[in-house]
Design a protein around this ligand. Structure first.
Ligand code: SF4
Length: 206
């Protein structure tokens, strides 16, 4: 898991040599969500679009393989890593097998990350493609929906290939990032990354 030290160790970027950040496209405001929306606004991530010393690369893996709008999908039998290892599947809400398309999309995201020399990825948590800390286990529409610790397929592909990945809910890490890129940023103390929150600790009993 990418930790705060990884963010601390990122270089100080300049306008001439911006920090290259790959973002889930919906986090940048693109309406690529399954329902044709961007799932609302996430100021913790959106603010990054305002900096000249940051280059944002946007990609939506699910749109790449399945278009928008599309069905909602979840991982059955494990996490994104298990999907990549052939041990778990991605199924849509109506039971279509999207495993192959999700793997292809993750490979495209990896190709983009390599070609662009990406230094950090910020991805939408909970998504079966982009989640990096928490995802659903099986059908999110089930009466007793269940969360699991783990990454979605595209996030897993990036992590497996040693890219740094955080989510829009990793507020402590994002705060360190803003301090790096903005000399005028006034840091807020006591922010937490998603895995440090009370909800996470109590739900997963960690
Ligand atoms: S696949 Fe990723 S980028 Fe696309 S809508 Fe879902 S969370 Fe956003």
């Amino acid at each position: 898991m990418t930790n705060k030290n990884d963010i601390l160790n990122l270089r100080i970027p300049t306008k001439e040599n911006p920090l290259r950040i790959l973002m889930s496209a919906c986090l940048t405001g693109l309406a690529c969500g399954y329902d044709g929306t961007s799932y609302g606004k996430y100021p913790s991530a959106l603010k990054l679009l305002n900096y000249e010393n940051v280059k944002i690369i946007k990609f939506c893996p699910e749109e790449f393989s399945f278009g928008t709008p599309r069905e909602m999908c979840d991982i059955y039998g494990g996490t994104g890593f298990d999907v990549l290892n052939g041990k778990a599947k991605v199924l849509t809400e109506t039971g279509k097998d999207w495993t192959e398309g999700m793997i292809k999309a993750s490979e495209k995201m990896l190709e983009i990350a390599k070609n662009e020399g990406v230094e950090l990825a910020i991805m939408m948590d909970i998504s079966a493609a982009c989640g990096s800390q928490v995802i659903y286990s099986r059908n999110r529409f089930a009466e007793n929906k269940v969360y699991q610790i783990g990454a979605g397929v595209s996030a897993a592909q990036l992590i497996k290939n040693e890219f740094k990945v955080i989510s829009q809910r990793d507020f402590a890490s994002l705060e360190i990032l803003y301090s790096k890129i903005d000399p005028n940023h006034i840091a807020t103390e006591n922010l937490k990354d998603h895995h440090e929150t009370e909800w996470y600790k109590s739900y997963f009993k960690v």
